[in-house]
Design a protein around this ligand. Structure first.
Ligand code: THU
Length: 140
């Protein structure tokens, strides 16, 4: 049977998570970002001895896409959990939500959180970032 797009996104997010570079938190995150043209960009979290230069999995995926000229996004799936442990439900940090606010439709963009396609919940950006501030606020 053919895989659903949600199954594909979770599969790719899990694969991306295997590349997480997490010598400090040992918390590994993977993301798969679906673009309007069907392309999927993946990302993992990448930490740093200087701490501040770290990137979350979601932002890695967004910046990979944007740096290749892609700015039209439909959905993202995120999986996370401690190194060597079970996946646990994890929601994007505030900074990643703000990056979504920059590039995604507030009402339509779908954020799938969970441990897999059969154990997930879909949120809209508005739900995760109420009263958000984005490019439209500067459109005067
Ligand atoms: N992290 C993500 O990559 N995405 C999230 O949604 C939450 C947190 C990362 C940042 C850091 O590398 C590690 O998880 C622990 O905070």
């Amino acid at each position: 049977m053919e895989q659903t797009i949600t199954e594909i996104l979770f599969e790719k997010a899990k694969e991306a998570r295997t590349y997480a570079y997490t010598p400090y938190s040992h918390y590994q995150v993977g993301a798969a970002l679906l673009c309007a043209d069907g392309r999927i960009y993946t990302g993992c979290n990448i930490e740093n001895a200087g701490h501040t230069p770290a990137s979350c999995a979601e932002r890695t995926a967004f910046f990979k896409a944007v740096s290749e000229g892609v700015r039209d996004f439909v959905a993202i799936a995120v999986v996370a959990g401690p190194e060597g442990g079970e996946l646990v439900w994890t929601a994007p940090c505030g900074v990643c939500r703000q990056v979504m606010m920059e590039f995604c439709d507030y009402e339509e963009f779908q954020i799938y959180l969970g441990t897999g396609a059969s154990d997930c919940r879909c949120f809209r950006l508005r739900e995760l970032l109420p009263h958000g501030f984005g490019p439209k606020n500067l459109d005067f």
